[in-house]
Design a protein around this ligand. Sequence first.
Ligand code: ITT
Ligand code: MG
Length: 204
Amino acid sequence: MKEIVIATKNAGKVREFAAMFAKRGIEVKSLLDFPDVPDVEETGSTFVENAKLKAEAVCQRLQRPVIADDSGLAVDALGGRPGVHSARYAGEDKNDARNIAKLLHELDGVPMEKRTARFHCALAVAIPGQSTAIVEGTCDGYIAEAPRGEGGFGYDPVFYLPERGKTMAELTPEEKNAISHRAKALEKLNEQWDEIMGEKGRTE
Ligand SMILES: O=P(O)(O)OP(=O)(O)OP(=O)(O)OC[C@H]1O[C@@H](n2cnc3c(O)ncnc32)[C@H](O)[C@@H]1O
Ligand SMILES: [Mg+2]
């Protein structure tokens, strides 16, 4: 395989997939390269359901192997919110800064030890004529009291990693891509690569 389509328009995700697949010599395309593909509604109630919806719809349309990523942040003190609604937490128009502001507001007064949270990533791999494969990864941390760092995307500036003393946005791309929920899911995909990709993995 020389090329794979990631069913996303999120430039932050595209960057991370491109870096991670470069190690395999695979070029990453995204929906930014296929502007005619319609948006897929994320109507599922889990990350896995939404990843499957996105991968299968785009695979059906393009008739080539597609990976979709559905991911988000689950905060324990908020009963798992924003969860599958992470992208549009502060409203219909996606806006990272407003999502972070809303999250910090909701956690106002919650002490650090109770600000535990977890990033989730579900990857669905859809290949024409095959059943869809799923892999998942998570990353544990805390929600910081104020944003810090310029790297990554989304909630990274408030996702605090105590073992590093840094937020996810203060890590280099290489550091984030070694420990993130997305990296963990991709590690699982790597382990099952031949089985999931079948002939496509070896010959295309
Ligand atoms: O659906 P696509 O087009 O892939 O792009 P999206 O941004 O809508 O992506 P999701 O539906 O999977 O929503 C995930 C949201 O969770 C957050 N998120 C996911 N992965 C993240 C990461 O690595 N770092 C920080 N925030 C992340 C971020 O706010 C995303 O917008
Ligand atoms: Mg989305």
